[in-house]
Each structure stands twice: as structure tokens, then as C-alpha cells.
Design a protein around this ligand. Structure first.
Ligand code: FE2
Length: 371
């Protein structure tokens, strides 16, 4: 049984120009980037690469249609190496470009065609959440399904994950906070995953510890304090990415997908709606298992008793970003069952990685509680 692997080389540079020089980024490279970050940190370097901005393909998180348009541009450009500079959406989209063949996004995501890695990918994250630079997962909304589908195969690993903390400097507080909470959820979900083991737990625990310490400092010193913590948060997100790349995420991610897919709620924000409700469910269903170890670990960090960790976590995170009722996003009461049934049907990979595998009825109960 495989315990652990970390495929991409992980590198850190203090400045974008050092990375560009080291990798000789230029002619023959296809860069998919977030416009704001590219214009500030890379455009002044006058690179000769083929550059496309993610915004050209659509706002928000990837859809099969957006990836199809990107594939079409990429195939015309005739480049061999791909550089993704952006958040999880940018890196997830770029991961599909490494695959050979002439198929469309939906065929790759549904694994209807052979998946073969034929190109190199360098992933440069500009948020501190997705961990996509080190995971073998790409997530897209498949329009026909009205939900998200994850493609998790080793063929789409990046070859290098390059951390450049200065690229996060302009990240607005809301995106910083939601991506950091997403990273925390990667760490906590992978910690209790049935696929977790000592190797992955070390990464999960260190990531949780760093994120909670960073949040503690932001709460006492204010939002601007994050500017001194970018390296910590980017590293923590990377560690959480390595953890979930090996052990997987679970029910929190699974339940968030219909909400973010249908109502276009940012991934980290959508996830956060479910975090404490799902862990409360785990606690009730199986208090004797691994969750006890998690509760003791979090209790030590949060300075509370192990029975109070989820209340304490909720209090802390609610001060970082506000939570809403699901109905405030537009979700109808009739969708409680619809969402639960769709997760049951299409998110088997994540449900199998959950600490307790929920039934559709149990998921409907969680949706109802949060509705
Ligand atoms: Fe996530």
C-alpha cells in the first residue's frame, strides 16, 4: 500500500524575476496567468512567452467550457511547456494542458479518453489555499451536471511547484481569508481521512498549526498583519496540499460542490459553510476513532477542552470571515434533497475518503441545519 509521494519539486524564490531567470521562462512557454499578478510582477520583465489571462475564459472557477476555450488557444500556440501563475482555478485549468490527444475537457474529466502526460507544467500559486501546485487533482464544473467534478490522476501533477510569497502581496483580505480557510480544511479533512497515515498527518498537523497561529496574529493585530505572514500562509497551504494530495479531502468538499457549482460561491467560502457542521456530524457518529486525536491536537492549539474545539474553531473563523445561511446564497429549500442526492451520486471519490461515509439522508440533514 502506497503511503506517500510528493511528485513536484517544491521551490521558493523571494522574487518573481529570480524564478524567471532560473527557469529561463520565455519563447516556447505558454503562460496562463491571473492578469493583476502577471502585470505587476512579470510584465515588466518583458518575457517572450505566449501569455493568456485566465479572465479571457471566464470569471470564477473553471468550467468545462472555459477549459475547452483554453485548450483551443493552447493547441494553436504550439508551445511545449506550461507555466500557471494564479490561484487554484488557474492551476487546475493548466493541469489539463499537460495531457496528450485532442479531446475536450468533459472527456478528460469523465476519463473517457486515455490520460497521458506529454508536457511539463510549472505551477506558481498566487493564493494560499488551493494547494493545487502539489496535488494531482483538477476540479471543474461540468455544465451538464450542474456540479463539480474532480479529476484525480497522477498524470496531471505539476513538475515544479514554485512558491513566491511576494505574489500574494496584493491579494485582497477576503480572498486571502477564504483561501487560507480552504487550506485549513484540506489539512483537517486529510487528517481524518481513512487514507491518512503518519506521513500525511505530519503535513496536516503542521499546516493546521501554522494557519491557526497566523489567524491568531491577524485577529490581534488586524488584517494588514497578513502582509508579514504571506510566506507562512503560502507554505502552510503547500503543506496542506501535500497532505490532501496523498490522503484526500472528504465530506466538507463534497457537500460544498453543488453550492459553489450552482450559486458560484468561491470555493473556500463554500467549504467553510460546512466545516463545523460536518465535523460535528463525525463527532456524533464516531467519537471513538481518529477524531479524538484531532480534538486533542486542536484543543492544545486553541487552548480549550477537546469537547469545545468545534465551537472554538467556529468562533475564531467567524471573526476571520462571516458565514451565511445557505438560503442567503439563493439555495431553495427544495434543493436540500436535490443537493444531497447529487453529492451521493457524483462525489463518491470524496465520500469514500470521509471519516464517516454519510448517507444521502445524513447529508440532507446537514444541509437542512445550515439552510
Ligand atoms: Fe479545497
Amino acid at each position: 500500500m502506497k503511503l506517500f509521494q510528493e511528485k513536484p519539486i517544491v521551490e521558493k524564490y523571494s522574487r518573481a524575476k529570480d524564478f524567471v531567470a532560473e527557469y529561463g521562462i520565455g519563447k516556447g512557454d505558454f503562460i496562463l496567468a491571473s492578469k493583476g499578478v502577471y502585470e505587476k510582477y512579470f510584465a515588466p520583465l518583458g518575457l517572450e512567452a505566449h501569455v493568456e489571462y485566465k479572465g479571457k475564459y471566464g470569471q470564477g472557477e473553471p468550467t468545462d467550457g472555459m477549459i475547452d476555450a483554453l485548450l483551443s488557444d493552447f493547441r494553436k500556440a504550439g508551445c511545449e511547456r506550461i507555466v500557471a501563475i494564479g490561484g487554484g482555478a488557474v492551476i487546475d485549468m493548466a493541469k489539463i494542458l499537460v495531457l496528450g490527444g485532442n479531446a475536450g475537457a468533459e472527456q478528460y474529466f469523465r476519463r473517457e479518453v486515455p490520460l497521458k502526460k506529454v508536457r511539463k507544467l510549472i505551477a506558481v500559486p498566487t493564493t494560499c489555499g488551493a494547494g493545487s501546485e502539489v496535488s494531482n487533482v483538477s476540479i471543474a464544473e461540468i455544465s451538464g451536471m450542474k456540479s463539480k467534478l474532480g479529476l484525480a490522476v497522477d498524470e496531471i501533477y505539476a513538475d515544479a511547484a514554485v512558491l513566491i510569497p511576494e505574489l500574494l502581496t496584493e491579494l485582497p483580505y477576503f480572498y486571502f481569508a477564504t483561501s487560507a480557510i480552504d487550506a485549513f480544511i484540506h489539512a483537517i479533512e486529510s487528517f481524518v481521512s481513512p487514507r491518512a497515515n503518519l506521513y500525511t498527518e505530519m503535513f496536516s498537523q503542521k499546516a493546521m498549526e501554522m494557519i491557526l497561529a497566523g489567524f491568531g496574529r491577524i485577529l490581534s493585530e488586524g488584517e494588514e498583519a497578513r502582509k508579514e505572514l504571506l510566506d507562512d500562509f503560502l507554505t502552510a497551504s503547500n503543506l496542506a496540499g501535500i497532505a490532501f494530495g496523498n490522503a484526500g479531502t472528504g465530506m466538507v468538499h463534497a457537500m460544498s460542490y453543488p453550492l459553489s457549482g450552482k450559486y458560484h460561491v468561491a470555493h473556500g467560502e463554500a467549504n467553510y459553510q460546512f466545516l463545523t457542521a460536518v465535523f460535528g456530524f463525525y463527532q456524533r457518529e464516531c467519537p471513538e476513532g481518529k477524531i479524538g486525536e484531532l480534538n486533542r491536537f486542536l484543543g492544545r492549539i486553541l487552548g480549550c477542552g477537546e469537547t469545545a474545539v468545534y465551537d472554538e474553531l467556529e468562533r475564531l473563523f467567524d471573526r476571520i470571515i462571516a458565514r451565511k445561511k445557505l438560503r442567503q446564497y439563493g439555495m431553495a429549500e427544495s434543493e436540500i434533497w436535490e443537493f444531497a442526492a447529487s453529492v451521493e451520486k457524483s462525489q463518491g471519490r470524496l465520500l469514500n475518503q470521509s471519516y464517516v461515509r454519510p448517507s444521502a439522508e445524513q447529508m440532507a440533514e446537514v444541509y437542512r441545519k445550515l439552510w
